[in-house]
Design a protein around this ligand. Structure first.
Ligand code: SAM
Length: 359
């Protein structure tokens, strides 16, 4: 458990209606099958629906937009379509209209994706594309594209290619000169990052950590000086061990664990990394899907290499003294250290033979 001094902040989302939770995580303890209740009350033919009352939603407008999109021609090409990460309502109008108009939808698991397309009444054929059949399927997909077909690619959840299949297909489609378009939408990275309370101005998505502890620690050490919020995906079976290794390698940084984003039991745990590690270490193996987020280094230790890189540019136009001051200010590094590096650089530039005129 966290120490008494350490305050962990837990939040649960109460606002997500259970009927919109996808059954994709039926192996977890808190999801239920989707229903179509959410749309049952929408009557686009009613006079009220076609009126323009301020502050009221006019479903006919949304419906008309879908109709407009559906009526437009879809150019041949490969469409990368983001789909919900839990809440079936998290899908764009454009995503629906592309999935409906495509000649074929490639997905990781046809049974899984059938839930989504059935929910929205989309009859487009589903075909499997995953890591085990990718090498065999890619030439077929490229042949379809060459034949002028409209091919959509989705994954089980979120944005395809983000820790999901599709990179090689996109690479080969681009190389073959085909149109490749992305339809942005849900991703656990963005949902986790934006509600974590951690800095969002710079972030680094590092995918899944290695499965062994030594690998995790060395990966964390590689990322230790990155001046950005770090975002990791993690499986429930490894969340406790990963948090422990991250805490060992990165220390007392602010962090967050997002669980079951957009689903009925969405939960956030926010606090110092060691406290989060302690919380998970003392609990039974959790269920659900997780994103780990770790804030940037508390004090940025600037490396000599970074200082020298800045000095090389500054020394092109400034004296050693001015360059050292300017770089020290810019990088918030100790002036004497920067000055010593500037002197050494200038000496090496001058072949160690003097040239101290501007010191
Ligand atoms: N392509 C997906 C995306 O754009 O987010 C990610 C696919 S990756 C194979 C699956 C991992 O994403 C999960 O193990 C978990 O770490 C994270 N994830 C996906 N959905 C999530 C959710 N609803 N809540 C928390 N994490 C989620």
């Amino acid at each position: 458990m966290p120490s008494e001094k350490t305050k962990l902040e837990k939040t649960k989302s109460e606002s997500i209606p259970p009927e919109t939770v996808t059954p994709e995580t039926s192996d977890t303890d808190d999801t239920s099958p989707a229903t179509t209740n959410a749309t049952a009350s929408v009557d686009i033919a009613s006079p009220q629906a076609t009126g323009s009352q301020r502050g009221r939603f006019v479903p006919a407008r949304a419906s008309a937009e879908i109709e407009r999109q559906l009526a437009a021609a879809l150019a041949p090409g490969l469409y990368l379509v983001a789909t919900p990460i839990g809440n079936l309502a998290d899908i764009t109008v454009r995503a629906l209209s592309v999935l409906a108009r495509a000649d074929v939808i490639y997905c990781e698991d046809t049974r899984h994706s059938r839930t989504l397309v059935a929910h929205y009444g989309i009859g487009t054929r589903l075909e499997a594309y995953h890591e085990h059949n990718g090498a065999r399927e890619r030439p077929r997909i490229l042949a379809r594209l060459a034949g002028g077909e409209r091919v959509a690619l989705i994954s089980d959840a979120g944005t395809p290619l983000v820790s999901d299949p599709g990179y090689k297909l996109v690479r080969e489609a681009i190389d073959a000169g085909h149109r490749v378009e992305s339809l942005p939408g849900p991703s656990a990275i963005m949902a986790g990052l934006t509600s974590s309370g951690l800095p969002t101005d710079a972030f680094l998505f590092a995918g899944f950590l290695p499965v062994r502890s030594a690998g995790r620690r060395s990966r964390a050490a590689e990322l230790a000086n990155v001046p950005a919020t770090l975002v990791f995906y993690e499986a429930p079976s490894r969340i406790a061990a990963s948090l422990a290794d991250l805490a060992a390698a990165l220390g007392d940084r602010p962090a967050a664990v997002a669980r079951e984003l957009t689903k009925r039991f969405e939960t956030f745990l926010r606090g110092p990394l060691p406290a989060l590690a302690a919380e998970f270490a003392s609990a039974p193996e959790p269920k659900g899907e997780f994103v780990i987020l770790v804030g940037p280094p508390l004090t940025t230790e600037v490396t000599d290499a970074a200082i020298e890189a800045a000095l090389v540019i500054a020394l092109e136009t400034m004296t050693v003294r001015d360059a050292a001051k300017s770089v020290a200010d810019a990088l918030n590094a100790p002036k004497s250290r920067v000055y010593d590096l500037a002197v050494a650089l200038r000496r090496s530039e001058d072949g160690d033979g003097g040239g101290y005129g501007d010191l």
